[in-house]
Design a protein around this ligand. Structure first.
Ligand SMILES: [Zn+2]
Length: 386
């Protein structure tokens, strides 16, 4: 038995005006200072007011949201008593909105206790709307969330099938202001979600088509969105791709590019998309034999020339070319991390990746020793041959 979970998704130009029609009394808009400065929160508020709702802002979400900030947001929610929580922002904000919502509904639990096995009985007090402003995370359309334990310097990968939005508003205008670097980082995250979702140990008939479509969209439109942020078609397609990939991998799972990326991101403060994007080619090489036919299907879909090389080699080459086209690093060394610092933290890098929830869903699960080698190969930019 398995499940397919999805919010109602409103997408395309002016999707935000759907908010004019929602029913409710009070909305707590969870966001960050950036969104307030850019006027996005005011825009959202305007539509909620049109629907007759009172609004309050909680704009304190930081990148890599901490346990402390989501507890603070939940306290605000408990005093304001909203019947809608509206997350407006990138992955960090949307993950924080999910956690704030859960803690508002369930003041008796700790954020670390959000897991797929215990029923949360949500939606007694409020429902959730997600409005993504980057095109990568997929948090708007799936039920995962990542919080950071700042004291232990650890990322906590959490999730529950109940923690998905009721409505996701995928309106490209909110992503149109992303600077090129953010477009590239988040775009690589979307690609990693889609490829890992299509090849993880939990892939299934319902998620496969979504993942493939998202891969195709990213390959076609990410370079265009990166080169020209005013390319409205590319922006819209990338915004859709990110949510489609979120839905795809959210209903299968990601894999070890995410485990390794979470670990690297937590220890060296590398953005999520940048970190997972670096590992994607190495982890494909690592799983080349067990997932050969799936990688070949992706290569075929992308019309990659596979006559000279085997399809996995050709696919990896195409991903590296894409990464270089959008000025992404292709090895850890490119991030300016010195060899000595890397070696010093390598045992931690390996142990965090080993314990990450995405490791168990890999089509080929690395041993601790293999993880160490994977990190070393990714540091030097060597093709994985073991
Ligand atoms: Zn990701």
């Amino acid at each position: 038995m398995w499940y397919f979970v999805s919010p109602e998704i409103v997408f395309g130009e002016d999707a935000i005006s759907h908010l004019d029609e929602i029913c409710g009394k009070r909305a707590l808009i969870v966001t960050d200072n950036n969104m307030v400065t850019m006027g996005c929160s005011e825009d959202v508020k305007k539509h909620l007011v049109n629907a007759g709702l009172e609004c309050r802002l909680f704009q304190e979400v930081e990148p890599e949201p901490s346990l402390t900030i989501v507890k603070k947001g939940a306290r605000v929610a408990r005093s304001y008593r909203p019947d809608w929580i509206v997350g407006l922002g990138g992955g960090s904000v949307l993950d924080a909105a999910k956690a704030i919502w859960v803690l508002y509904e369930r003041p008796d639990i700790r954020p670390e206790e959000i897991n797929p096995f215990d029923s949360l009985q949500l939606r007694q007090k409020a429902r959730l709307i997600t409005i993504p402003t980057t095109s990568g995370t997929g948090s708007d359309s799936n039920w995962g969330l990542v919080l950071t334990d700042k004291t232990a310097k650890r990322k906590l990968g959490l999730g529950s099938r109940e923690v998905h939005a009721d409505i996701a508003i995928v309106d490209p205008k909110f992503a149109s202001q992303m600077p090129p670097q953010l477009t590239a980082d988040t775009g690589m995250d979307a690609l990693t979600h889609a490829i890992e979702g299509y090849t993880s140990g939990w892939k299934n008939d319902f998620s496969d088509g979504l993942c493939l479509k998202a891969i195709q969209l990213v390959f076609h439109f990410l370079p265009r969105a990166y080169r020209n942020g005013d390319d409205s078609e590319a922006r819209e397609k990338m915004h859709n791709a990110a949510s489609i990939a979120g839905l795809g991998f959210g209903n299968s799972m990601a894999s070890i590019a995410h485990s390794a990326g979470h670990s690297l991101g937590a220890l060296f403060h590398i953005s999520h998309g940048r970190a997972v994007g670096i590992f994607l080619p190495y982890t494909i090489e690592f799983a080349a034999d067990v997932s050969a036919s799936n990688y070949a299907e992706i290569a075929h879909l992308l019309e990659i020339n596979t006559e000279e090389n085997n399809p996995v080699v050709s696919l990896v080459e195409a991903i590296r070319n894409l990464a270089q086209e959008i000025d992404q690093p292709i090895k850890i060394k490119d991030l300016g991390i010195s060899q000595s610092r890397f070696e010093k933290l390598l045992p931690k890098l390996v142990s965090y990746a080993d314990m990450d929830t995405q490791t168990v869903t890999a089509s080929r699960v690395p041993t601790t020793e293999e993880y160490e080698r994977l990190f070393r190969y990714a540091y030097d930019g060597k093709s994985v041959d073991f």
